[in-house]
Design a protein around this ligand. Structure first.
Ligand code: FES
Length: 322
């Protein structure tokens, strides 16, 4: 996903180590060139980096938040993507400098919960790993991780997650690419409000978790993804967004978000994940029919709210409360 660094001044961090942690997944350890402590981060945080190819990308930090001497990110190589991950894999070397933002957190861990249900699909393990690591030897509540991947070879951090200390809390399932072999999460989610659910992974996984948690308290379900909110769909059309307070109208072209159009016209809109999972850009919808593409809104909110980072319009015009 292409993102703006906005006013962030990136830190020129040095790549201290690179490791292949699974087929197509490489981890990068980033440190201050002078060995100084890095800004603190909380479990679930991410940083934005400027990849060697020039694109800006967000990656979750997967090391223990107690560590101040390094950030560790893991990058899945996407040969069909826009080149950001590919340049991280093919161009970045130990000793290189990687412009990196201070950490931000759009997926914070609730520190007082009855329990934690973590659901990770593929590379979605990264923010969840920092959460589990933050528990140390005395977890604040019972936790269980369901880690769903295609195969053992493509599963990052497998050895670590099978360590004796964590083993009884971790379910690892490989579907071998067969949808009929998908893990059934219903047993884990059937009883509502047994704690907080944290899900990070492909959109299909997040949607099925959302569908299976309709009977939970909404605030107990948390999603994160840095994939674009469904990307460009074949039937996407341009539409007009009208700002009710100023009366300004802007066209939102195919391939651009309402958020990016508003920003381009100097309108400040708070955002964080920019992938429809954190809720920061929630905006009141006054008129028009939205094409909701986020993981935040529940059905009863969809007529009156919109996440402007990913959602579009089914009608020709939307009027929003700005
Ligand atoms: Fe996170 Fe829009 S910025 S939902």
């Amino acid at each position: 996903m292409t993102v703006d660094l906005h006013a962030d001044t990136p830190m020129p961090l040095r790549v201290a180590a690179i490791e292949d942690v699974a087929d197509g997944i490489r981890s990068f350890e980033l440190v201050q060139p002078d060995g100084a402590a890095l800004p603190e981060f909380t479990p679930g945080s991410h940083v934005k980096v400027q990849t060697p190819g020039g694109a800006l990308r967000k990656y979750s930090l997967c090391n223990d938040p107690a560590e101040r001497h390094r950030y560790v990110i893991a990058v899945k190589r996407d040969d069909a993507g826009q080149g950001g991950s590919l340049s991280m894999h093919t161009q970045l070397k130990v000793g290189d400098t990687l412009p990196t933002s201070a950490p931000d957190n759009a997926f914070p861990l609730v520190d007082k919960a009855r329990g934690y249900v973590f659901i990770a699909g593929g590379i979605g393990i990264t923010p969840i790993l920092s959460m589990i690591r933050s528990f140390g030897e005395l977890p604040p509540a019972p936790w269980k991780l369901y880690y769903l991947t295609r195969s053992a070879e493509t599963t990052a951090f497998l050895k670590e997650l099978r360590n004796p200390e964590w083993k009884r809390n971790v379910v690892i399932h490989h579907d071998e690419g067969d949808p009929d072999n998908a893990y059934d999460l219903w047993a884990a989610l059937e009883k509502p409000n047994t704690g907080h659910v944290y899900c990070c992974g492909p959109r299909g996984l997040m949607e099925s978790v959302r569908d299976m948690t309709g009977h939970w308290t909404h605030g107990n379900i948390h999603f994160e993804s840095f994939n674009e909110g469904g990307g460009v769909k074949a039937d996407d059309k341009p539409f007009v967004v009208r700002l009710a307070r100023s009366g300004q109208e802007f066209e939102v072209p195919v391939g651009q978000s309402i958020l990016s159009v508003l920003r381009a016209h100097g309108c400040e809109v708070a955002s964080s994940c920019e992938s429809g999972t954190c809720g920061t850009c929630r905006t009141t919808l006054l008129e028009g029919e939205a094409d909701h593409r986020d993981m935040v809104l529940f059905p009863e909110e969809m007529d009156s709210q919109i996440m402007v980072c990913v959602s579009r319009a089914k009608s020709e015009r939307l009027v929003i409360d700005r």
